[in-house]
Ligand binder design. Structure first.
Ligand SMILES: Cc1cc2nc3c(=O)[nH]c(=O)nc-3n(C[C@H](O)[C@H](O)[C@H](O)COP(=O)(O)O)c2cc1C
Length: 209
């Protein structure tokens, strides 16, 4: 689905830069005690080692900052997202960089720091079925909520999700689910590109896929 989305987008807007990050093949490192100590130290007080420890997070955040459209391909593993995708998420949710926190602040102590106007598309794949709202396993689906909640927290609030179900059954229900998801991806790309063509949103675009 993500490949389909990117192909359709690129054929309509070949001028747009696509950044492809395969967290399955090259997993981001996991957040650990050293990472947390570095991220929660003021930048001017960080040691060289701490700056080095955050370099990967800096790169991933720079990609996100530059992107207008973030497309996440997210298979369901044990009701949640795969660990490398969670590692990516943990690297980009960073205090003082992608979200602010001040316990003395009046009202809401947290605020998002990503520039406004970015969009998120989550493309899911599930072996079983019934994970969408109202479905028999909706309460056990931690993929979409697990991505959308932290990404909204840092400022990516405009989110759309499309998923394929029945992968394990490999029957006509899977075929129907794939066809519906592909149609939804095509319609979404056409809608987003249509909105881009409007004068108000006419600006350079760098989607991340
Ligand atoms: C380790 C593992 C755990 C999985 N856990 C679930 C699960 O909890 N629920 C589910 O519906 N499918 C589960 N599946 C099936 C996958 O979500 C499904 O096959 C999906 O299509 C995989 O994505 P892909 O086709 O992009 O590889 C699991 C598959 C694997 C390999």
């Amino acid at each position: 689905m993500s490949a389909r989305l990117v192909r359709r987008w690129s054929s309509a807007r070949p001028q747009d830069r696509i950044v492809y990050r395969d967290v399955g093949s090259v997993p981001p490192s996991h957040v650990d005690a050293e990472w947390i100590a570095a991220a929660f130290s003021p930048p001017e007080k960080r040691s060289d080692e701490q700056h080095a420890r955050l370099a990967e997070s800096d790169r991933l955040i720079a990609e996100l900052m530059a992107a207008d459209l973030v497309v996440v391909g997210a298979p369901m593993y044990n009701f949640g997202m795969p660990a490398p995708l969670k590692a990516w998420l943990d690297n980009i949710v960073r205090v003082g960089v992608t979200f602010g926190f001040d316990r003395k602040r009046a009202g809401e102590p947290y605020w998002p720091m990503l520039p406004a106007g970015k969009r998120l598309v989550v493309l899911g794949a599930r072996g079983d079925y019934g994970y969408d709202p109202g479905g028999r396993q909706a309460d056990a689906n931690f993929v979409e909520v697990g991505l959308k909640a932290p990404l909204a927290y840092i400022g990516l609030r405009d989110a759309t999700s499309i998923a394929i179900e029945y992968d394990e059954f490999a029957d006509e229900r899977l075929a129907r689910s794939i066809a519906a998801a592909e149609g939804a991806v095509d319609a979404l790309v056409d809608r987003l590109i249509g909105e881009r063509a409007e004068p108000l949103s006419a600006r350079p675009l760098s989607p991340v896929g």
